[in-house]
Design a protein around this ligand. Structure first.
Ligand SMILES: *Cc1c(COP(=O)(O)O)cnc(C)c1O
Length: 386
């Protein structure tokens, strides 16, 4: 893809903020699946689930067609419904809160720590009520939130935990892989994530959860026995992963370590360039430099308050650079305002949400791309007086 000629008549390759990297072996593998006569959920789904289970330390894992339905099903498995409250962050993809509404429960937001941009665990306890059932933290940009603190609170108040780890595959906390310990963990394989299955997701189950229940929620509540036995005992959905998608996801999983290593290198390169251009001194908030256990799912800066983010995004695009917004604060969407949330409720999330900008970061990027993005951002900000 290339952009229209720039003002000086030259043209450069357009650099999106993210791009999946599907290798030829995987593409050939997909062709084999397509020729095999079995294209929906089957042997590759099982193989993908087994590989994921191994990856997550032997825990039971089930694959689904999104990293949203995984969370909805986890909440249903925990028995969450009308009258219940779920504590989460206002700074996430809206799916995180939508699934709480989908099961009839109420989201209770807790403001973020502006340094990590994750739910501020120190604020959780004051949000707990007798109706609180679940803590639903998000590991934004793959930086794990304070899980040690969070699980201590969960234990003290007898709350269940669902980690929205959509962005955190390969991240670690206290030396342990996110998803390999604790409560439920949900991962997404959307093309923007560090591993993709085109669309898809998986749910890692804690040892006391029943994988067969997850399977029934996944497919119409159906359970089978013998050659012709079938029963339906709950309202399930249609959330199974196709074998074509599972083949893509399995191929991606083989490269996860390589992908995440490359992301870390590129993040380091970003700091080198942005430091040289003195972006932090000029009022741009860089991501936390040390992200122990993070997988650098995204590299996000927060622009100074006086700069119009939309104008910066347009100016970057004119220079052939894509950028993204992850995310506007959930509580300010009209659906959530109707539930009573309002501007001023979560000032840190609102400030970060208003200025946050995702810069290009994906494994196939070169160091020269990082340099180009940093130079462009610096030049654009100068045009805006920063
Ligand atoms: C991507 C994402 C989801 C949803 O995943 P899908 O696979 O797109 O349904 C949920 N939460 C967060 C934080 C995400 O980034």
């Amino acid at each position: 893809m290339s952009t229209p000629p720039l003002a000086d008549g030259s043209s450069v390759e357009f650099l999106p903020f993210t791009r999946p990297d599907i290798d030829e072996q995987t593409i050939a593998g997909v062709a084999e699946v397509l020729r095999s006569g079995w294209i929906t959920t089957g042997p590759w789904n099982t193989r993908f689930e087994q590989a994921l289970s191994e990856y997550f330390g032997g825990r039971a894992v089930r694959a689904f067609n999104s990293g949203t339905v995984t969370m909805e099903i986890a909440l249903r498995m925990m028995g969450v419904g009308p009258g219940d409250e779920v504590i989460t962050t206002p700074l996430s993809w809206v799916a995180t809160a939508n699934v709480i509404l989908a099961v009839g429960a109420r989201p209770v937001f807790v403001d973020i720590d502006p340094a990590t941009r994750n739910l501020d665990v120190a604020r959780i306890e004051s949000a707990i009520t007798p109706r609180t059932r679940v803590l639903l933290p998000v590991h934004l940009a793959g930086l794990p939130c304070d899980l040690e603190g969070l699980y201590a609170i969960a234990a003290r108040h007898r709350l269940q935990v669902l980690e929205d780890a959509a962005q955190a595959i390969g991240s670690t906390s206290g030396g342990r892989r996110v998803g390999s310990f604790g409560g439920f963990a949900s991962f997404s394989f959307h093309p923007n994530k560090n591993v993709t299955s085109i669309e898809g997701g998986c749910l890692v189950l804690p040892p006391d959860a029943d994988p067969a229940l997850a399977e029934r929620y996944r497919l119409q509540g159906v359970s089978r026995s013998g050659p012709d036995g079938m029963d339906v005992d709950l309202v399930g959905g249609k959330a199974n992963l196709t074998d074509v998608a599972a083949r893509v996801g399995w191929g991606q999983l083989q490269r996860l370590a390589e992908f995440n290593d490359r992301r870390r290198e590129l993040a380091r390169a970003y700091f080198g360039c942005l430091d040289r251009l003195e972006l932090a001194q000029r009022g741009v908030q860089l991501p936390l430099r040390e992200q122990p256990g993070g997988n650098w799912h995204m590299f996000q800066v927060v622009l100074p308050e006086r700069v119009q983010r939309a104008a910066v995004m347009v100016a970057l695009r004119q220079r052939g650079i894509g950028s993204g917004v992850h995310y506007p604060p959930i509580h300010l969407f009209s659906l959530y305002r109707k539930l009573g949330f309002a501007a001023g409720d979560f000032p840190h999330a609102e400030r970060v949400g208003a200025g946050i900008l995702t810069l290009p970061l994906f494994p196939a990027m070169r160091e020269s791309d990082v340099e180009r993005v940093a130079q462009a951002l610096s030049a654009v900000l100068r045009e805006f007086g920063v």
